[in-house]
Structures are given as C-alpha cells and as structure tokens.
Write a protein that binds this ligand. Structure first.
Ligand SMILES: [Zn+2]
Length: 110
C-alpha cells in the first residue's frame, strides 16, 4: 500500500515536470488530427470500393429555400438569411474511378 502511494506521488511529480509548451503542442496535434478525421468522414464513400477518396466532378441544384435565422450579436438579436440548397452531386472515386451520385443538403450564406 505504501509503495503504491509513493508510486503515484512520483507519477504526479514527473507529470508536473512536463513544460507547458508540451501541452500546447499536444493540443495542436490533437486538433489537427480531429480536423483531418472530420474531413475524411465528410467525404463521400465510394459504393464500389468503400474508400472515402472521392472528388466532386459536378453538381446539379435541385431546389433552394431561403430560411430566416436569428442570432445574437453583442446582446442584440438580428435576423439573417441562409440558403438551404439540395444538390445532386456527382463524385468520382480517386481509387477505382467509379462515378456515383449523392443527394446532399448544404447550408450556405446569402
Ligand atoms: Zn472506389
């Protein structure tokens, strides 16, 4: 039991030895990884080879709708508009060359 306490005390002590910059670097790395992961999963998945290595080659606008939203800026509420657009997007897989369509909803600023 005593050994365990000494052991954990040592762990805490060595942790505080890590300079603050290491935490910042670690945070930045985690952030970059997170963004990369997010980009990866936002890419369309190829139905043929299941790889997320597709690139958009064309898009067709199906419909668009203007929607009013409100936000609070400096304590004041203001309205703004956004476009809710639906597209049929054609992708081409960079891996196997398969072409496929995906219906997507995009929210864009006016
Ligand atoms: Zn593919």
């Amino acid at each position: 039991m005593t050994e365990l306490i000494v052991g954990s005390m040592l762990a805490i002590d060595s942790l505080s030895q890590i300079p603050g910059i290491a935490y910042i670097v670690f945070g930045v790395v985690v952030f970059i990884l997170f963004i990369a992961l997010l980009q990866h999963f936002s890419k369309a998945k190829c139905p043929k080879c299941k790889k997320r290595k597709s690139k958009e080659i064309s898009r067709k606008l199906l419909n668009e709708k203007r929607e009013r939203r409100s936000r609070t800026v400096n304590g004041e509420t203001e309205d703004y508009y956004i476009w809710v657009r639906r597209y049929d997007i054609t992708y081409e897989c960079k891996k196997c060359g398969a072409r496929f369509e995906k219906r997507e909803k995009r929210i864009e600023d006016c």
